[in-house]
Design a protein around this ligand. Structure first.
Ligand SMILES: *Cc1c(COP(=O)(O)O)cnc(C)c1O
Length: 359
């Protein structure tokens, strides 16, 4: 039976990528070594690393005045690295709070600076993005941080915030590579790999060069963007295998038409899933229509007593990891780039059948 894994992360990888990695597992490109066994400073791995960066730059159209870092520590380490590197002598930073991941970023930033809460949708249980007319931006802030896609709540910004001259920082962990984005609008973009890039253990940071080199006193060497950039992310041993797999994913995206094609497929996949939810009184979406995520689709059953039965029968059809986050309940279907459209179609067909049998 074909398994479709709707996990929020670590998440599905493209089947072609896994097959290629399997074929190369014990002997990469005639080297007689697995990528896992290679020195990060050897010519084989250096070529893998450089190609991955080059392909990412190409698919995201990253300008030359941005560095691309391949780090460890997850997006959660960026919650600290961002203030450490970007405060630049200032005492306050702007944050928008749209859910669980924003909150964690804010809590960490408060250890280093005053946080100006620009806007929050906590009062409506994080089911929307606060309207721009209500934002209280501080033009003197060191930067503006936001979470373009809240992985747990399934809330996504439908436009890039206008931060004026303040550098814009985005935690793109669950939306990077889902469609084209204009990198020039950002000071820093960061993303843990395990949602839409590759395996856990790798964190991608795209940072504008002029924002580096003024980290707080006492910043650990490993937490300095400049140190990592100067060393091409090899100040210490990088997460080599995850970097390699990410490179295979970038190639896979290129072969399929780049981010424009990804965006078209992702829009189609999410549109049809939301339509199935909206066209039924059996299912509901907790998220306001204009802020619905293309990547993480939470939904509830009108009768939550049926949740365990839904999950069990879905699993029997090969539709796994649909249980919603414990803080939200219900279901969540994460449908990143690697989720084939047939997987979404199979979920929609199952939902219709389950509704018919249980209403
Ligand atoms: C998963 C996730 C994180 C945490 O990532 P780690 O790599 O586990 O630190 C942070 N932000 C968002 C938006 C996420 O989806």
């Amino acid at each position: 039976m074909k398994i479709y894994n709707f996990s929020a992360g670590p998440a599905m990888l493209p089947e072609d990528v896994i097959k290629k990695a399997a074929a190369e597992m014990i002997n990469w490109n005639g080297s007689g070594m697995s990528v896992m066994e290679m020195s990060h400073r050897g010519k084989e791995f250096m070529s893998i690393a450089a190609k991955a960066e080059q392909d990412l730059r190409e698919i995201m159209n990253i300008p030359d005045n941005y560095k691309v870092l391949f780090l460890q520590g997850g997006a959660s380490s960026q919650f600290a690295m961002v203030p450490m590197n970007l405060l630049m002598g200032k005492k306050t930073a702007d944050y928008i709070n749209t859910g669980a991941w924003s909150k964690k970023a804010i809590a960490e930033a408060k250890r280093y600076c005053d946080v100006n809460l620009v806007a929050t949708s906590e009062a409506d249980k994080f089911s929307s993005v606060p309207p721009v007319s209500e934002w209280k931006l501080n033009p003197e802030a060191a930067y503006l941080h936001y979470t373009p896609n809240e992985t747990i709540g399934g809330v996504e910004f439908n436009a890039i915030p206008d931060a004026g001259n303040v550098p814009l920082v985005a935690d793109m962990s669950s939306t990077i590579l889902s469609r084209p984005i204009d990198v020039t609008k950002f000071g820093v973009i960061y993303a843990g790999a395990q949602k839409n890039i590759g395996p856990a253990g790798l964190t991608i940071v795209i940072v504008r060069e002029d924002l580096m080199g003024t980290e707080l006193d006492g910043t650990p060497t490993m937490y300095s963007y400049e140190t990592m950039a100067k060393a091409d992310s090899m100040y210490n041993t990088p997460p080599t295998y995850s970097w390699y797999i990410a490179g295979l994913v970038f190639q896979w995206i290129k072969e399929r038409g780049g981010l424009k094609a990804m965006g078209e497929i992702n829009k189609r996949k999410s549109d049809k899933l939301y339509a199935a939810i909206d066209n039924s009184s059996f299912y509901a979406s907790p998220v306001s229509v204009e802020n619905r995520s293309w990547m993480n689709v939470p939904f509830t059953l009108a009768n939550p007593d049926l949740d365990p039965k839904f999950l069990e029968e879905a699993k029997n059809k090969g539709l796994v990891t649909l249980k919603g986050h414990r803080s939200v309940g219900g279901m969540r279907a994460s449908i990143y780039n690697a989720m084939p459209e047939e997987g979404v179609d199979a979920l929609i067909a199952f939902m219709a059948e389950f509704e018919k049998n249980n209403s």
